[in-house]
Ligand binder design. Structure first.
Ligand code: ADP
Ligand code: MG
Length: 562
């Protein structure tokens, strides 16, 4: 018996997945499919990317749908346009022998009229991003009053992206009797809250694969000043000439910037983020899968759709806000019995994050020193010699040129020849690293002996006050978005973000203080004028200074008005 048949799926679906080359269910499918088919339970499934979640919920829903009933029976929510398109495409391929089954995808940034038309065609399954789904429910084009299944795919990412309110509204509009299936790679509090509020005694499934590879992953970190982050990344890449990995960034903008810089500096790197068209995205992924690209710079969401198994490194260019995401990122290396290294580039005030990560993972994080220019040159030199030794010579092709080349180089001795061939490639590194400085930040103990150094480092971030808080529905990603939009600076490091009820604080690399203040001068947020000012440290002196400055500002303002 076909193993999918044993799970309870019908012949049409089995034929389709066989066409796709699925021979047996993945562990998450093995547990989820019968649970969805044979019980009425709500379900929480925890599993990493690439474990086959789409088929895990897609197949049993398609199996049970009433094909003769022309109304929306299943709603699948997913965080991004790309993932919606991907899920829709996958569902279509599973249902190719069920011609009467209709499904459509709706997402922002795309022609809504076309999507409305597709909905009027009465699909039984709708896949959508929370924003667009809510919009279309509001326009009364999407009717979810009779749905039997609601799927929250990549629930953690949807919440990370600030879709909490949309999810709340959608969950409240849908019928109570429906079944909710929640899929997530991590289980932060926000996801648990949603589950508690809207799900009924959910059955929990954790895919056996969740922590696969974790044993083979070594965790390392480099401590540098925030401004040296990029330089440190380059050195890490240079000391690992055969690196094949993902560089994780916090924002789309940062992803673009880092990838652009790497490309300019001659690395085989490219960016994967939500602003790319489907075609661009596929192009980048193809380049990475075929290893033409050695480094893929990506946001967490963008990297989710990507299943590549033999990564040598994961680099956290910035640590994620949600530390559990770290586990998810690092679990992308060290798979299939291979070993991998997860590297974090941190600045001086993030060592507590490393300690927390050590607690969460139960692993020791090794502090590494950013390699010096000399060490890198050495490594590259031996790598070059090694490659040269292993290069296969194609006698047939190159033979015809050799006579001329021998003649031209006749006057050089063997030693001279080798030196020159090696230098052709090696000079680039030598030149670059000739006067390279030490990027490592001094050890804690040493710093204590030198109070001046410590003060300087403690001040490398400036804290700002902003008059928007949770009551304005502001979230950390929205704050990052505002900073990027209004400063138009691509290279500024963003530190801690604290959201309060009526206002918030955020930190930005001190050297960009002026850019932030200037940028936000005429800023607005959903019609509200935004005011951003430097927030003084909460000490007596700080408060006094703050007061003096506000007074000064007031006087200045009065003068101007006069
Ligand atoms: P996830 O949503 O968990 O990240 P996907 O559902 O996108 O994973 O599946 C990842 C990849 O695995 C896809 O290319 C999919 O076609 C493939 N896949 C899914 N199930 C199976 C299976 N049972 N056998 C072989 N390949 C599968
Ligand atoms: Mg998926």
């Amino acid at each position: 018996m076909n193993p999918f048949e044993a799970l309870g799926l019908g012949p049409e679906l089995i034929r389709a997945v066989t066409d796709l080359g699925f021979e047996k269910p993945t562990p998450i499918q093995e547990e989820t499919i019968p649970a969805v088919l044979a019980t009425n339970d709500d379900l929480i499934a925890l599993a990493q990317t690439g474990t086959g979640k789409t088929a895990a919920f897609g197949l049993p829903i398609q199996e049970q749908l009433d094909i003769l009933l022309s109304e929306v029976q299943a709603l699948i929510l997913s965080p991004t346009r790309e993932l919606c398109i991907q899920i829709h495409k996958d569902l279509e391929s599973y249902s190719k022998y069920l011609p009467d089954l209709k499904q459509t995808a709706i997402y922002g940034g795309s022609d809504i009229v076309k999507q409305i038309k597709a909905l009027k065609n009465k699909p039984q399954i709708v896949v959508g991003t929370p924003g667009r789904v809510l919009d279309l429910i509001g326009r009364k084009v999407l009717k979810v009053g009779n749905i039997k299944w609601l799927v929250l795919d990549e629930a953690d990412e949807m919440l990370n992206m600030g879709f909490k309110d949309e999810l709340d509204s959608i969950l409240e509009t849908t019928p109570k009797e429906k079944r909710t299936l929640l899929f997530s790679a991590t289980m932060p509090d926000a996801v648990l809250k949603i589950a508690k509020k809207y799900m009924h005694e959910p059955r929990e499934i954790t895919s056996g694969q969740r922590n696969v590879g974790a044993e083979n992953v070594r965790h390392q970190f480099y401590m540098v000043h925030a401004r040296d982050r990029y330089e440190a990344l380059k050195r890490i890449a240079d000391i690992n000439p055969s690196i094949y990995g993902i560089v994780f960034c916090r924002t789309r903008q940062e992803t673009k910037d880092v990838a652009d810089k790497l490309k300019n500096d001659g690395y085989n790197a490219d960016a994967l983020h939500g602003d790319l068209s489907q075609a661009q995205r596929e192009y980048v992924m193809k380049g990475f899968r075929s290893k033409h690209l050695q480094m893929l710079v990506a946001t967490d969401v963008a990297a989710r759709g990507l299943d590549v198994n033999d990564l040598t490194h994961i680099i956290n260019y910035n640590l994620p806000d949600e530390l559990e995401i770290y586990i998810h990122r690092s679990g992308r290396t060290g798979r299939a019995g291979k070993s991998g290294i997860s590297i974090s580039i941190i600045h001086t005030r993030e060592s507590n994050k490393i300690r927390n990560l050590e607690k969460i993972t139960g692993k020791k994080f090794e502090k590494k020193l950013v390699p010096t220019g000399r060490e890198i040159c050495e490594k590259q030199l031996f790598n070059l010699v090694d490659r040269m030794e292993k290069t296969e010579v194609d006698e047939a092709q190159i033979g015809e040129y050799m006579d001329v080349i021998y003649k031209k180089l006749e006057w050089l001795s063997r030693e001279d020849l080798i030196k020159r061939f090696v230098s052709v490639e090696f000079n680039r590194f030598l030149d670059y690293y000739k006067n390279a400085s030490d990027l490592n930040v001094r050890e804690e103990k040493e710093r204590r002996k030198r109070p001046d150094v410590e003060i300087k480092q403690a001040r490398s971030f400036s804290r700002f006050f902003i008059n928007l808080g949770s009551k304005n529905k502001i979230t950390p990603p929205k704050v990052i978005g505002l900073i990027n939009d209004y400063t138009k600076r691509r290279d500024l490091a963003i530190g801690k973000i604290d959201i309060m009820k009526n206002f918030s604080f955020f930190e930005v690399d001190q050297q960009f203080e002026k850019d932030v203040l200037r940028g936000f001068k005429k800023a607005t947020f959903e019609g509200i004028p935004v005011s951003v000012e430097i927030s003084k440290p909460d000490t007596k002196q700080g408060r006094a200074e703050g007061k003096r400055e506000r007074l000064k500002e007031k006087k200045k303002g009065k003068k101007k008005r006069r």
